[in-house]
Design a protein around this ligand. Structure first.
Ligand code: XLS
Ligand code: NI
Ligand code: NI
Length: 436
């Protein structure tokens, strides 16, 4: 049975002149950009939660989505139908990576024993599907925020019993990820924060979170999983303050608790903007710390104050993202995961295709533009030139931290007032526009 009958063959590249809304205009999987194909550069992944489990509910209304795969009354059957739909979707779209939470793919059951049994059965099913469709797992994760038991957090809960339950889920989700050959594993601290400090031991909660991560590192070694762990920053929502509020807070946390060598970051655009940063800022902060791992590719609406998780279509955004990705030498285990959901009014399943095709084209175009900017070299040369004074003796001594205040004074007195140089922001913005 086909869950997407309106898509009769895989989505094709038809080029910029095409008027077919179900074709790629820019994304040509096998076209080389520099030394790699577009597919190798971009490493697109489809997320399971929004795409196959999202119902379109919001705080004011129930779900709206027409989802033919969600009809079977038996939860395990429904999970398998959903997985069939997912793999049909991956294949028709031409994306060979996916991401999931344990509870997206498998019913939780009535207790942890049932949870583990169901997950085993569904992971076996997924293993088959991956083989059959030649699809791989970008990353897996555990949902430690939906179940009411996590109302006060998972690893940061005031009750160690809840911690142990969360740890059990992490263990199983990690093993499931390993079994499915996942390239990485994500920790998004769903409710790891607080609603009010009146009832919260903040530092202890942060220590608890670090303890869970250390346990997971030990377990990863034990089972032989060698993919990286990623931590995903988000400032708020569902709690009013999440401990992993932005890249800087995550890096501080990882350094404070000796986790830097074990975790990289999975950075999401809408979380960056909720934190009051641009995505470019967040990626740059992580990249320059050697901690940029993977990307949740979406976008927010600046006029709506929550995590709207929309599909990315803005070429400035995708160009900035791809410039950072190119600057780090490309993805290794990471990729571009569409952690994005179609709008509540886009309730037909074909809308899932429009959404992903648009996101993929926006990134393909962003990649082309970013590559051209790098090849052109004017932007890089401008920045190099702007800092060229630092190549001199004084600059080198300051950076090596061997210069003293006395030496600086001697230099400043000998050389008089520094000459001001324009930062040329408008010039550079125009330069970028040449490539758009
Ligand atoms: C929610 C997060 C979540 C993570 C995975 O805001 O983005 O979807 O990516 O738990
Ligand atoms: Ni995300
Ligand atoms: Ni989000």
């Amino acid at each position: 049975m086909a869950y997407f009958p309106e898509i009769t063959s895989p989505i094709q590249f038809e080029g910029k002149g095409s008027r077919n809304p179900l074709a790629f205009k820019y994304y040509e999987a096998n076209r080389k950009i520099g030394s790699k194909t577009m597919a190798e550069h971009l490493r697109f992944a489809v997320c399971y939660w929004h795409t196959f489990r999202g119902v379109g509910s919001d705080p004011f209304g129930i779900g709206t989505m027409d989802r033919s795969w969600a009809a079977a009354p038996d939860p395990l059957q429904r999970a398998k139908d959903t997985m069939d739909a997912a793999f049909e979707f991956f294949t028709k779209l031409g994306v060979d990576l996916w991401c999931f939470h344990d509870t997206d793919i498998s019913p939780e059951g009535n207790d942890l024993t049932e949870y583990a049994k169901n997950l085993d059965e569904i992971v076996a099913y997924a293993e088959e599907k991956q083989r059959e469709h030649n699809v791989k797992l970008l990353w897996g994760t555990a949902n430690l925020f939906s179940n009411p038991r996590y109302q006060a957090g998972a690893s940061t809960n005031p009750d160690p019993h809840v911690f142990a339950t969360a740890a059990t889920q992490v263990k199983h989700a990690l093993e499931a990820t390993h079994r499915l050959g996942g390239a990485g594993y994500v920790f998004w601290g769903g409710r790891e924060g607080y609603d009010t400090l009146w009832n919260t031991k903040m530092q202890q909660e942060r220590e608890q979170f670090a303890a869970l991560l250390h346990m997971a590192v030990a377990h990863k070694k034990k089972i032989g999983f060698d993919g990286p762990f990623y931590i995903e920053p988000k400032p708020k929502e569902p709690t009013k303050h999440q401990y992993d509020s932005d890249v800087a807070a995550c890096l501080n946390f990882l350094r404070e608790f000796d986790l830097m060598e074990h975790l990289k970051l999975n950075i999401e655009t809408n979380h960056a903007t909720l934190a009051g940063h641009s995505m470019q800022h967040e990626l740059r902060s992580a990249r320059e710390a050697g901690a940029l791992g993977s990307i949740d590719a979406n976008t927010g609406d600046e006029l709506i104050g929550w995590d709207t998780d929309q599909f990315p279509t803005n070429l400035y955004l995708t160009t900035q993202i791809m410039l950072e990705v190119l600057a780090m030498g490309g993805f290794t285990t990471g990729g571009l995961n569409f952690d994005a959901k179609v709008r509540r009014q886009s309730h037909e399943s074909v809308d899932l295709f429009y959404a992903h095709i648009g996101g993929m084209d926006a990134f393909a175009r962003g990649l082309e533009i970013a590559h051209t900017i790098v090849e052109d070299g004017r932007l890089d040369r401008f920045v190099e030139e702007r800092y060229s004074g630092w190549n001199g003796d004084l600059g080198q001594k300051i950076l090596a931290r061997t210069a003293t205040l006395d030496e600086c004074e001697a230099f400043a007195l000998a050389n008089g007032e520094p000459t001001r140089k324009s930062g040329r922001q408008e010039f550079l913005e125009n330069l970028i526009n040449e490539f758009m």
